[in-house]
Design a protein around this ligand. Structure first.
Ligand SMILES: [Zn+2]
Length: 472
């Protein structure tokens, strides 16, 4: 029993075997922080988060690194438009990133390096590439990667240089300082007014691709287990990361590559000109984050997903039903007359627990979250029919634990379990206050508290063991 992963490098589903048993080094390309990220990027962050959580659930110690690109042309242009520094723009948008992904239930990475914090590492890597003949500096202080020297250039995207040239005659940058039109920039010489750092071949700033190669090497090593990102990054960004890292380190860069598919909006490609370009920030004004997360995960990451409001609304109902089940189980745990599982109930719990196996089978199949979610829905239906009023607290708690275990892997129902715990503490505090009031013979206050609890749907029972409470 092992996880099988569709590896874009080999275009096959393969058994997932990390380099070091029990450990996973996972790098995912993060955002360029010039503005709020869009829902397509949101899908990519949620997909990587689900993969990471599942690897952890399966017992791996995962080191997850995701970068912030905080220096590039878009950053410089946007900062100029807004009349602020690139650093101010980056700080604002990094903070916004954390707020927005939190809304989607995405855990922070173990390390979130910023490109500008690793300039020496990037310069060192570029120098190593120059020393080995894989890169060359030109007039103006730019440094380019020599694609013709990397004989397997194009292996991820399955493009060779001849095909690329034939297919891209108009797009090719006709810079005659470059030896080959597909040579790409590792370093960009400083232009007037731009932020710049000193380097042996002249002041300037790193290119986008080198940032990920340098960060992956610094935090995860020369060879990593898993590299992710949106399918739009496969070429040229990931192809170039591979070329740089492998040329420099003489080691395979990443054992497995995963890319999530695009997201359309109401059947159409997202674009600013069609006025259907939505940031996650916009969408979270319209929908609760967990609804959006459930919707995004309810399709396998490799399939194209259509963001349709009608369907998102249905997701809202489905999530509400799951939450009701949580709430019902919590109520039974609180109010059940019988505490311990009966033998029949132990049988029921055993049968419910088979969902765990079905869930793992679904998720082992290339992180099929859609399959995992349908197991979760089935489990909820089964619980609703088999764990009802009159069940023991033990059975309800067992069902609750099972549901929480599987929902946690997908990062779902987070509020449902927590909100109730807070609420229970609040109820208990009011019950205690009422007891204290009665002891102090302050009956008016005790009655007021009883009424307040009654309004919250709480029934109090005086028993020989003291006051017990339950939900109506
Ligand atoms: Zn990257």
């Amino acid at each position: 029993m092992a996880i099988r992963i569709f590896n874009d490098l080999t275009r096959q589903k393969e058994e997932f075997v990390p380099l070091e048993p029990g450990k996973v080094r996972f790098y995912n390309c993060g955002p360029t922080v010039y503005g709020y990220f869009h829902i397509g990027n949101g899908r990519s962050f949620v997909a990587a988060d689900a993969i990471r959580r599942y690897l952890m659930y399966r017992g791996y110690k995962v080191t997850f690194v995701q970068n912030f690109t905080d220096i590039d042309d878009k950053m410089i242009n946007r900062a100029n438009e807004r009349g602020i520094t690139v650093k101010q723009l980056a700080d604002e948008m990094v903070a916004a990133y954390f707020e927005d992904v939190k809304g989607l239930g995405v855990l922070p990475a173990d390390i979130h390096p910023k490109a500008t914090e690793l300039i020496p590492e990037q310069i060192a890597m570029i120098q190593e590439l120059i020393d080995q003949g894989y890169a060359y500096a030109v007039e103006g202080g730019d440094v380019y990667f020599r694609v013709t020297k990397k004989l397997d250039y194009g292996k991820l995207s399955r493009k060779n240089l001849d095909d690329l040239l034939a297919g891209a005659s108009e797009r090719v940058d006709p810079d005659d300082r470059k030896e080959h039109p597909f040579d790409f920039a590792l370093w960009k010489g400083q232009k007037p007014g731009e932020p710049a750092w000193e380097a042996p071949w002249g002041a300037g700033r790193p290119g986008w691709h080198i940032e990920c190669s340098a960060m992956a090497r610094k935090y995860l090593g020369e060879t990593i287990d898993l590299h992710g990102g949106g399918e739009d990054l496969l070429f040229p960004h990931h192809e170039n990361e591979i070329a740089q890292s492998e040329a420099c380190n003489h080691q395979p860069f990443s054992k497995y590559w995963v890319h999530n598919a695009f997201l359309n909006i109401e059947g159409e490609k997202m674009s600013k000109s069609k006025n259907n370009f939505f940031t996650v920030r916009d969408i979270l004004k319209e929908y609760e984050g967990e609804v959006v997360r459930l919707y995004l995960l309810n399709a396998h990451y490799r399939t194209q997903l259509d963001f349709r409001r009608e369907l998102v609304d249905q997701t809202k109902g489905a999530l509400e039903r799951m939450r009701n089940t949580v709430s019902n189980l919590q109520h039974i745990v609180q109010s059940a007359e019988v505490k311990d599982l009966t033998p029949d109930e132990a049988q029921v719990l055993g049968e419910l627990s088979q969902a765990r196996q079905r869930f793992v089978e679904a998720m082992d199949d290339d992180f099929n979250t859609a399959g995992g979610i349908s197991v979760l829905f089935e489990l909820v239906r089964e619980i609703n029919s088999r764990v009802q009023q009159g069940a023991s607290a033990g059975l309800a708690q067992g069902a609750l634990d099972l549901l929480k275990e599987l929902a946690d892997v997908l990062g779902l129902l987070q509020g449902a379990f927590e909100a109730k715990a807070d609420l229970d503490a609040e109820v208990q505090a009011l019950v205690d206050a009422r007891q204290a009031a009665r002891k102090g013979k302050n009956f008016a206050e005790a009655d007021r508290l009883r009424n307040q609890l009654n309004d919250m749907g709480i029934i109090l029972e005086d028993t020989p063991q003291g006051v017990r409470w339950k939900r109506k």
